[in-house]
Design a protein around this ligand. Structure first.
Ligand code: TPP
Length: 403
């Protein structure tokens, strides 16, 4: 029997709207995720999976919903999803402005990728685990990270890094792809402990070029660990486009090669992201093992505030993605379907902006730099050379009367 993520219903939608640029078509195949792993004691041609990647889109860029695929969500929840995306964008814009004003450290914008982040975090419960990438602040806010804490984090304060009490998240890692193996480890431990929850890990297309990420998928597949892998394929790893990283641009194919149910999703479609992630989480929690979700999106802005896209990227590439904005298409549908008034969109934006400004005030009150700590938090104990430098530095602060 062929495996599909949720049966053949996903074939009904037209994928043409998001199968552009770094997207392409793949042909059917697959295997049954609910069945126990097949016992292979020889060369069994029938057991060989020749590959099937479904492409999932529910809400297209024109704000039209495929009613047959519409997830069962209350109006209130739909409006919460919308607000979460708007809040993420407001946080994004404010952080960028603060960085440009010298009030914030290096920051990785996420504009245009809000549906990916919010959609994948939505189905997670408090007992599930989440291992985010550095671009995942929208998801972190949803998971319960106060925005002022995230500001502390990006401003370089050690206090900002630990996840808040009771939030089952890992701190993100700047070492690309390094956070994916620990997520698999958590999943393997959960399976051994009969823990009925799951772990979701988010990483970029660039991270997928790190060998450790494929190893993490392989371990999870063999172990049937409850891990949901979300590769956020935004087309770029800093200045390296996907086409220079791989000759197979459908990254979900890699999951199939490892025996993992794998699916490609319009990453700018909040409804598709949520639906597919929910199904993957449910499968993981019920013993069905890992899933790979490739979310196709685009990095609209800078890699980080330390980046200048104009030296390596033709801005014309960004243009078509503006029309695929995840927030605008969702708003169009919410308004057309009578769930949101046009005037409400302005009010919601203003409320979100105010929330972010309030967080900035708390951050400003908390963020007191302690120059004397500059040598702390790096090594458990300092080498004699560093200790000497630290003492020189302290004497200098004393001379200048700096606390
Ligand atoms: C091991 C390692 N190699 C290189 C880098 C430098 N680096 C930082 S971000 C990045 C690109 C990552 O791209 P991707 O995984 O696609 O995520 P995105 O930034 O697009 O969200 C690179 C190469 C690093 N931080 N760690």
């Amino acid at each position: 029997m062929f495996w599909t993520l949720a049966g053949p219903r996903y074939h009904s939608g037209s994928m043409s709207d998001f199968e552009t640029d770094h997207s392409c078509h793949v042909t059917p195949g697959g295997h049954d995720a609910a069945a126990p792993p097949p016992q292979r004691d020889g060369f069994d041609r029938a057991a060989i999976d020749t590959g099937h990647i479904e492409c999932v889109q529910i809400l297209n860029e024109h704000g039209e919903v495929d009613q047959g695929l519409m997830p069962d969500l209350e109006n209130e929840e739909l409006l919460d999803l919308h607000r979460a995306m708007v809040l993420s964008r407001a946080f994004d814009a404010r952080m960028l402005a603060m960085q440009r004003q010298g009030q914030m450290g290096t920051f990785a914008p996420n504009i245009g990728q809000e549906a990916c982040m919010i959609g994948q975090a939505w189905p997670l419960g408090g007992q599930d685990w989440f291992s985010p990438s550095y671009r995942g602040f929208g998801a972190q806010i949803r998971r319960g990270w106060p925005m002022d804490r995230l500001m502390m984090l990006w401003a370089g304060y050690a206090d900002g890094f630990p996840p808040p009490d009771g939030v089952n998240d890992l701190p993100f890692s700047i070492v690309i792809g390094s956070h994916v193996l620990p997520a698999t480890g958590i999943g393997m431990a959960m399976r051994r402990a009969n823990d009925p929850h799951c772990v979701l890990v988010n990483f970029g297309d660039g991270a997928f070029s790190q060998g450790a990420v494929t190893e993490a998928l392989n371990f999870a597949a063999v172990d049937r660990a409850p891990v949901v892998f979300v590769c956020e394929n935004n087309g770029w790893a800093i200045s390296t486009p996907l086409i220079k990283q791989t000759a197979q641009p459908v990254l979900a194919m890699r999951g199939l090669a490892l025996g993992i149910p794998s699916v490609r999703v319009d990453g700018n479609d909040i409804l598709a992201m949520l639906t597919v992630t929910k199904e993957a989480c449910d499968r993981a929690r019920s013993g069905g093992g890992p899933t790979l979700i490739e979310a196709v999106t685009f990095r609209m802005s800078l890699h980080t505030t330390a980046d200048d896209t104009t030296v390596y990227r033709d801005e014309a590439l960004v243009e078509p993605w503006k029309a695929r904005c995840p927030i605008r298409r969702f708003e169009t549908w919410l308004i057309k379907s009578g769930r949101l008034l046009d005037a409400d969109t302005t009010r919601i934006r203003e409320e979100c902006e105010q929330e972010v400004l309030d967080a900035r005030e708390r951050f400003r009150a908390e963020a007191k730099a302690h120059p004397r700590e500059i040598f702390d938090h790096i090594f458990a104990s300092l080498s004699p050379e560093l200790e000497e430098q630290r003492m020189q530095y302290i004497r200098r602060l004393d001379r200048k009367g700096v606390e």
